[in-house]
Design a protein around this ligand. Structure first.
Ligand code: F6P
Length: 341
């Protein structure tokens, strides 16, 4: 009987539990065993393992977070790669590892597979920036939360004749900002992929005022550069070495207020976008990915990840996924721009 290990690493996102449940259910159907690795790569390096069966995953489909826990530790950043995981792998007879993570996690998964450990990846992130897949689970939920926030902020902005800058997550990419901005009818959207001129944004808002519309919603991705003359505070780093983002919305709101005199406020949505129950779309996508990953792992495949392509779940080389980070395409942002102002 083959033994599959499953771990979730990096920032959590809604749908992780649905993947774990999918892996366990399919494995049980095919007479394979599953063990869960606690707290991401850290648990693999420290030997923190728990058995998983159908009873252990009952009721978790709708739950946010991950029953296994996660961390931003990494065997190639904080350890010696495969050598730091070998003892846990051997002690638990793990034949294949299913790794659920974002680009950093998948890069380490690829390296482990190159060192000889059979690995199947499952792409996850609310940022939707992983190459090789049409969409990542967690993104749809995050967009839904951000859109609801924009809807709510628009009514209070209108009541007070204010500009509200809504800052959303996405790290270096503007997928959440673009989707939520289109869905929420934003008057301007600023994303890292495309340069912006704060004076153009200001002109757009002033035009609205001249027409008698005295409130505006500006959606900003957390990874954009501040307007010239508005310096960011130094960012702290996370355990992986990435900047902890957040706060650029305040600088953009200040630049708008300084140039227009329009009263401006900021709402940084932050981790709200990552918490809570997954949307129906994400539950289904995550379930399909979990089942497919179990199948591939049991079949002895390695160095691949499961991906959504044209509505089908397909295996894709991990090398393709970690090649670069996927940004918002020009044509999509052009659609968003059509509605500015
Ligand atoms: O990558 C997912 C993400 O939520 C980014 O959008 C965000 O910048 C980052 O993680 C936040 O990470 P942390 O939970 O470590 O603050």
């Amino acid at each position: 009987m083959s033994v599959l290990g499953v771990l979730t690493a990096g920032g959590d996102c809604p749908g992780l539990n649905a993947v774990i449940r999918g892996v366990v259910a399919r494995a049980e159907e095919r007479d394979a065993e599953v063990v869960g690795v606690l707290n991401g790569w850290e648990g693999l390096m420290q030997g923190r393992i728990t058995p998983l069966d159908r009873d252990a995953v009952r009721g978790i489909l709708t739950r946010g977070g991950t029953i296994l826990g996660t961390s931003r530790m990494d065997p190639y950043v904080h350890g010696d790669g495969y050598a730091s995981c070998e003892r846990t792998i051997n002690a638990n007879g793990i034949d294949s590892l299913i790794v659920v993570g974002g680009d950093g996690t998948l890069r380490s998964a690829l390296k482990l597979s190159e060192e000889g450990l059979p690995v199947v990846g499952v792409p996850k992130t609310i940022d939707n920036d992983i190459c090789g897949t049409d969409m990542t689970f967690g993104f749809d939920t995050a967009v839904g939360i951000a859109t609801e926030a924009i809807d709510r902020l628009a009514t209070t902005a209108e009541a007070h004749n204010r500009v509200i800058v809504v800052e959303v997550m996405g790290r270096t990419k503007g997928w959440i900002a673009t989707y939520a901005g289109i869905a929420g009818g934003a008057d301007a959207i600023i994303v890292p992929e495309f340069d912006y001129d704060i004076d153009d944004i200001v002109d757009t808002l002033k035009r609205r005022h001249r027409k008698g519309i005295r409130y505006s919603i500006v959606v900003v991705a957390e990874g954009v550069t501040p307007p010239p003359g508005y310096e960011p505070v130094e960012q702290r780093k996370d355990a992986f070495g990435f900047d902890r983002l957040g706060g650029v919305g305040y600088l953009i709101a200040a630049a708008i207020e300084d140039r227009t005199g329009f009263e401006s406020r900021v709402s940084v949505l932050g981790h709200m976008q990552r918490g809570g129950t997954p949307s129906a779309f994400d539950r289904v996508l995550a379930t399909r990915l979990g089942v497919a990953a179990a199948d591939l792992a049991i079949d002895g495949e390695s160095g691949i990840m499961v991906a959504l392509r044209s509505m089908c779940i397909e295996p894709v080389p991990l090398s393709e996924a970690v090649d670069s980070i996927r940004g918002v395409p020009e044509r999509l942002f052009e659609t968003a721009r059509t509605f500015f102002g």
